[in-house]
Design a protein around this ligand. Sequence first.
Ligand code: NG1
Ligand code: MG
Length: 392
Amino acid sequence: MKDQLLTQFNEVFKTNNKARTFFAPGRVNLIGEHTDYNGGHVFPCALTVGTYAVASVREDRSIRMYSMNFPTIGVIEFSIDDALVLEKSHDWANYPKGVMHEFSERGLKWEHGFDVLYYGNIPNGAGLSSSASIELVTAVMIQGLFDTSLSMIELVKMSQHAENNFIGVSCGIMDQFAIGMGKEEQAVLLNCQTLDYQYSPIKLNDASLVISNTNKRRTLADSKYNERRSECERALANLQTELEIESLGDLTPEAFEEHKHLIKNETDQKRAKHAVYENDRTLRAVDRLHAGDLESFGTLMAESHISLRDDYQVSGKELDTLVEAAWGQEGVIGSRMTGAGFGGCTVSIVANDKIEEFIDRVGKSYQNETKLTADFYVVNVGDGARELLNNQ
Ligand code: NG1
Ligand code: MG
């Protein structure tokens, strides 16, 4: 892979410069959905698929960017001395630009420009964080090329700011954190309020993680996403009239039941209920996984899906069809929607000797019910964002 990308780099930019290769994974969240911006816990892991960036510093002050995923857009060229502007027609390049902006804010004096070629092998807009992946690969690339010495946590926060402020999606920190801090064979339990975290080995025994893509792009997601955030903020404000809490993540389910009458609007109450119970579920699920009790982990995944479907209302026909078909299959330990919802992907834990049958049967029922075709990926859990050194 690395050699092919280096050849492409030299062809696209017509240079023989020695380029360096960087990589940032995509991520999948195993449980803890819509809890990150509510100050709760999440439990994602980094994947072995992701975004590559092949780059080298230039003598002059030009920046040239090219994505193999958007060849018709071609090379995007500008000068370091130009203001960084969001351009609708160069959609993908806005992510690296947002990250460059963050480095400038932290005092990086760009003395030279650079050439960079990107290649991503995660499906776009499917809830596997292709956006956070391109942000983090850009962050580790700039750090590598210009010798800044920011910590990975700093790069994670800068990437989230880029998405919040430059792109305009008010996402929580889960994606960037999982992608920056991921570790092979481990998921990470993250407290999104304190940023305390703990790695937890994913022991699936004779089973694997299977991601099923509805192939329904989440066009509605962004507006509904922000709507859910405001509903939770309103519920929190209601609770704060009597309780000293900073976020919904501070409440146990028992405390929630005792005080839920403070939340005036019924819809807001349902949203808050999901956030509180999902946080609790996440902690219990990680505990079960530690104890080697995969079956209970799977049951909690199902409860998570039901809560997202009924209380948080971010599922939809496509996701429900895939998840319900999975629940009915032999060898399925757990299955739920993952990511923001309204489309995108589900994540399932499936016994290795049943995967073929799973893909065949779930794929067929999905096609029958929705007239859409699903894609399936058996994924591996890999390391976080980094430079790929020799022989990698
Ligand atoms: P996805 O579906 O990967 O875009 C979104 C948010 C996360 C988190 C989840 C829901 C973005 C970029 N990320 O993930 O921070 O809130 O939804 O758990 O919007
Ligand atoms: Mg995204």
